[in-house]
Design a protein around this ligand. Structure first.
Ligand SMILES: *Cc1c(COP(=O)(O)O)cnc(C)c1O
Length: 480
């Protein structure tokens, strides 16, 4: 399999890069995002075989089947071993890894949040940690991951990379802005290769630091600075697997269709659903659920993609979806435009830089968004979240977090008779306990392994938003 950029003038498949070449990279050199040159097709008999694989051998074996269609530069036995090492009942809490929980006839929640940090990002990040360690050892190289987080991404990255050979993580976060639970999760890690940096400032100050350090190309090269953000193709690919696992669990035969409702921010999660659908998985609709930061809902309703200013980006009670633009969205637009890289570049470079906006509404292709690609959308507010958390608890006896509530709210609006609806659970309620408390008047359950983590010793450096000081810290930790 070769990978091409969404901004390549023409798609010269044969000249594309291979999986391990793009594994450690972010954007393509032309500023686009990597996509496979084509989507391998899973026909009826293959899907039957995969059904058997998931039931008889489990999630790791299914992951190997999906991944091996996209990765041909890691020997099969090694790839299988990486999947088996990643997706274990010990790490993900059950043998099913992503069990479905029934709410009602044809209404399910797919549990993606029982990994080490209790958010779905573990599903991809845990695999990424093992892939990085494998590839870095093979090359005899090191990597220093330097990132900024306001919560879920940073902790998922740290729990995936802790103790991994060849990798260090330097993670900045705005001092005092994360929930006590999130701070405890990250700062209680004592692994030598994990460095937490609490920056005196807000999240944007952290992101500016990352940009400044990555923008110093000499420094970046010398210290091999990399990232693990959601545009990484390997992360997206890992997420494709649980759409297959969800489908297989919700159905008895391949004649049935299933819809997925996906709490969305950067469009990484639901883009993996798009890939699964393009591979031929019988998905009826992909329901994009946003919170008040509704840049995606606006696009799917009107064709207008309008990047928000920071003044126009709201702090909500589903904070992991508080985005001003959706960094993976360019991948879908590339497919929608018939893989026209020049036109995609035009929209994302020219149009966005000129006005922060483009409008595909008048284009006949836009009508295919629903009819051909299955996308529909909806949004919710804080009041909707509270109401949906109460509904789930009262009617179904299930406690859900604020992000999953956004997904369930829109799922209930989009349900159709005869098609199962699977809501992706993107975090456990304990991570966003204050809002769940507001809705239900009771504390969410806390998995036993997190008892008392707020009281554990913390390892974190407090620093000003000072580029030189951060560079000095990285250099000192690397010792060269
Ligand atoms: C990251 C995240 C999301 C949004 O996922 P995207 O892939 O960015 O669309 C939703 N919910 C939770 C809990 C998250 O951590």
């Amino acid at each position: 399999m070769r990978y091409i950029s969404t901004r390549a003038a023409q798609a010269p498949a044969a000249e594309g890069r291979r999986f391990c070449e793009i594994l450690l990279e972010g954007l393509a050199p032309d500023g686009g995002l990597y996509l496979p040159a084509f989507y391998p097709q899973v026909n009826d008999s293959m899907l039957d075989a995969w059904r058997g694989v998931y039931h008889a051998q489990g999630y790791a074996a299914l992951a190997y089947e999906v991944l091996s269609l996209y990765i041909d530069d890691i020997p099969a036995a090694d790839l299988r071993a990486l999947c088996e090492k990643t997706y274990t009942a010990e790490v993900f809490g059950s043998a099913a890894i992503v069990p479905l929980r029934r709410l009602d006839d044809g209404l399910w929640i797919e549990a993606l949040s029982n990994g080490p940090t209790l958010a779905f990002k573990d599903m991809a990040m845990q695999l990424l940690g093992n892939l990085f360690e494998y590839e870095l050892a093979r090359r005899g190289e090191e990597l220093n991951i330097f990132g900024a987080t306001s919560g879920d991404t940073g902790s998922a990255a740290e729990y995936a990379m802790r103790g991994k050979k060849g990798v260090r993580v330097f993670m900045t976060s705005p001092q005092g802005r994360m929930s006590p639970f999130q701070q405890a999760q990250m700062f209680s890690l004592m692994d030598a290769n994990i460095v937490n940096i609490a920056v005196k400032g807000v999240f944007d100050d952290c992101q500016d630091l990352v940009k400044a350090v990555s923008g110093d190309l000499d420094f970046k090269r010398k210290y091999r600075i990399g990232t693990v953000n959601s545009i990484n193709w390997a992360r997206l690919l890992a997420q494709v697997v649980y759409y297959f696992a969800g489908y297989i669990q919700a159905t008895g035969s391949n004649r049935e269709k299933v819809s997925f409702s996906v709490p969305s921010g950067n469009f990484g999660n639901v883009c993996a659903g798009h890939v699964a659908r393009m591979m031929g998985l019988p998905i009826h609709q992909l329901v994009v659920a946003t919170n008040e930061n509704d840049v995606l809902d606006e696009f799917f309703r009107t064709g207008v993609y309008r990047v928000r200013t920071s003044a126009d980006t709201h702090e909500t009670s589903s904070p992991s979806m508080d985005i001003s633009k959706a960094s993976n969205f360019e991948r879908f637009v590339f497919d929608l435009l018939g893989r026209d890289g020049a036109r995609t570049r035009g929209l994302f470079v020219d149009a966005l830089q000129r006005g922060g906006c483009f409008d595909l509404g008048p284009d006949p292709l836009f009508s295919q968004v629903a009819s051909r690609y299955g996308f529909v959308s909806g949004r919710s507010t804080h009041a909707d979240r509270l109401e949906t958390i109460r509904t789930a608890w009262r009617n179904y006896g299930v406690m859900i977090d604020t992000h999953t509530a956004d997904g369930l709210k829109v799922a209930l609006e989009r349900r159709v008779a005869g098609v199962a609806m699977v809501v992706l659970e993107t975090a456990l309620p304990i991570k966003f306990a204050a809002t769940v408390m507001e809705a239900l008047g009771r504390e969410p359950e806390r998995p036993a392994r997190f008892d008392g983590i707020e009281a554990l010793p913390k390892r974190v450096r407090e620093m000003d938003a000072d580029v030189a000081a951060v560079k000095a810290l990285i250099a000192a930790e690397c010792g060269y």
